[in-house]
Design a protein around this ligand. Structure first.
Ligand code: ADP
Ligand code: MG
Length: 341
C-alpha cells in the first residue's frame, strides 16, 4: 500500500476513545459507586475541509467528545491524533501550538461571553495567549476585520455583549474562534439556543466561512435535520457510541440502524406521498442511564427489531450486508419503504 501523504491523511483521527466519569457517594469518605460512560469507544475521522455532523439525543456524550477533541480533558482510554500526533501526549509547548489550530464554538452565546469585556477584547483575547499571531500594533485592525468577516459592524468594537442580540453574540463567538486562523472548529450545538429565524443566518455564515477559509467542522446537533445541509458525513451517537456513520445520502436516504431510522421518522416529511417507513417508527421512552447501559446492543431496550443475540453480543460498527457504510446493528437493513396511503 502506498504511504499516505499529509494531504490525504485525516486531520483528526479518533481511536477507541473512552471517557468515564466516576460517580461518588459520601461526604467525607468519597466512594466510587459507579461510572458514567459518557464516551465509550468512539472511532472517527475528520478530513481536511469537511464537515462531520455528530448527532444524538441529549446526554449521549456529544459535548464530552467535543472537549476531548480539544484536549480540554484527558480520556480514560483511547487516542485523538491531530495530523498524526497524539494530542494527549504533547508537551506544553506543542499543546499550545495545537490550540491555535483547533477552536470551539459553544452552544450558549448568552453565558459563553464575559459580560464585563467589550466584544473587541473578547475577539482579541486569543492574541494575548498567542501574541505571535498579531503584533500589538495590528490587533485593533485585526479585531475589526474579524467583526466584519462575521457580519458585525466593526465600529461596535467597544460595545458589551448585552448590547447584542443572541445571533450577534454567536457571531462574536465565531469571530473569536476564527482569530487564530484555525484548521478545525468544533461547533457544539451552535444554533440550538437561538431563535429559529436567526438559526439559518448563523448556519449560512458558518458555511461561507468554511468555504472562505478551508475550515473543517465537527458539527454537533441533537437532531438529524439540523446538520443535513451542512454535513459531508454524519455520525449518529447513542449512549456514548457511534451507531452509524455515512455520507448524506447514506444516512438520510438509506439509514440501516434502527436508531437512525427512528430519529429520521421524527423529521416531518412535507409530501404525504413520499411518506413510508418514516411515519411508522416511534422512539419510545428515554435512553437508559449511561451509568449502567444495557448489555450487548445499547439500543436494544428501545428497538423493535431486538432478538436474543442483541442482549448477548455487542454489534460492531462495520459495513453490513448490502450496505456501503458502517452500522452497529446485528440486523442492519433498510426498512422497506411501504407507502401506506
Ligand atoms: N464532568 C462530568 N462529570 C460527570 N458526568 C458528566 C460530566 N460531563 C458529562 N457528564 C455526563 O456524561 C453524559 C454525557 O454528557 P454530554 O457529553 O454532556 O452529552 P450531550 O452533549 O450529548 O448532551 C451525561 O450523562 C452527563 O451527565
Ligand atoms: Mg452537549
Amino acid at each position: 500500500m502506498p504511504t499516505q501523504t499529509a494531504e490525504e491523511r485525516p486531520i483528526l483521527e479518533v481511536e477507541r476513545l473512552v471517557k468515564h466519569y466516576p460517580v461518588t457517594q459520601g461526604v467525607l469518605f468519597k466512594r466510587e459507586v459507579g461510572r458514567v460512560k459518557a464516551v465509550d469507544g468512539v472511532d472517527l475521522e475528520l478530513r481536511r475541509g469537511e464537515t462531520l455532523g455528530v448527532v444524538g439525543e441529549s446526554g449521549c456524550g456529544k459535548s464530552t467528545l467535543a472537549r476531548l477533541l480539544l484536549a480540554a480533558e484527558k480520556p480514560t482510554a483511547g487516542s485523538v491524533r491531530f495530523e498524526g500526533r497524539d494530542i494527549f501526549a504533547l508537551s506544553r509547548r506543542d499543546l499550545r501550538a495545537l490550540r491555535r489550530r483547533i477552536q470551539m464554538v459553544l452552544q450558549d452565546p448568552y453565558s459563553s461571553l464575559n459580560p464585563r469585556m467589550t466584544v473587541g477584547d473578547i475577539v482579541g483575547e486569543p492574541f494575548d495567549i498567542h501574541p505571535e499571531v498579531a503584533p500589538k500594533g495590528e490587533r485593533r485592525g485585526r479585531v475589526k476585520e474579524l467583526l466584519e468577516v462575521v457580519g458585525l459592524d466593526p465600529d461596535h468594537v467597544n460595545r458589551y455583549p448585552h448590547q447584542f442580540s443572541g445571533g450577534q453574540r454567536q457571531r462574536v463567538g465565531i469571530a473569536r474562534a476564527l482569530a487564530l486562523r484555525p484548521d478545525v472548529i468544533v461547533c457544539d450545538e451552535p444554533v440550538s439556543a437561538l431563535d429559529v429565524s436567526v438559526q439559518a443566518q448563523v448556519m449560512n455564515l458558518l458555511s461561507d466561512l468554511q468555504n472562505e477559509f478551508g475550515l473543517a467542522y465537527v458539527f454537533i446537533a441533537h437532531d438529524l435535520a439540523a446538520v443535513r445541509h451542512i454535513s459531508d458525513r454524519v455520525a449518529v451517537m447513542y449512549l456514548g457510541k457511534v451507531v452509524e456513520i455515512g455520507d448524506e445520502e447514506q444516512i438520510y436516504e438509506h439509514p440501516t440502524h434502527p436508531y437512525t431510522q427512528a430519529l429520521l421518522s421524527a423529521v416531518p416529511v412535507p409530501d404525504p406521498d413520499s411518506r413510508g417507513w418514516r411515519d411508522q417508527i416511534t422512539l419510545e421512552g428515554e435512553p437508559p442511564s449511561p451509568i449502567d447501559p444495557p448489555s450487548g446492543c445499547r439500543f436494544r431496550t428501545r428497538c423493535w427489531k431486538a432478538q436474543d443475540v442483541c442482549a448477548e453480543e455487542e454489534p460492531a460498527l462495520t459495513e453490513r450486508d448490502g450496505s456501503a457504510h458502517p452500522s452497529a446493528c446485528h440486523f442492519a437493513a433498510e426498512v422497506e419503504d411501504t407507502v401506506t396511503t
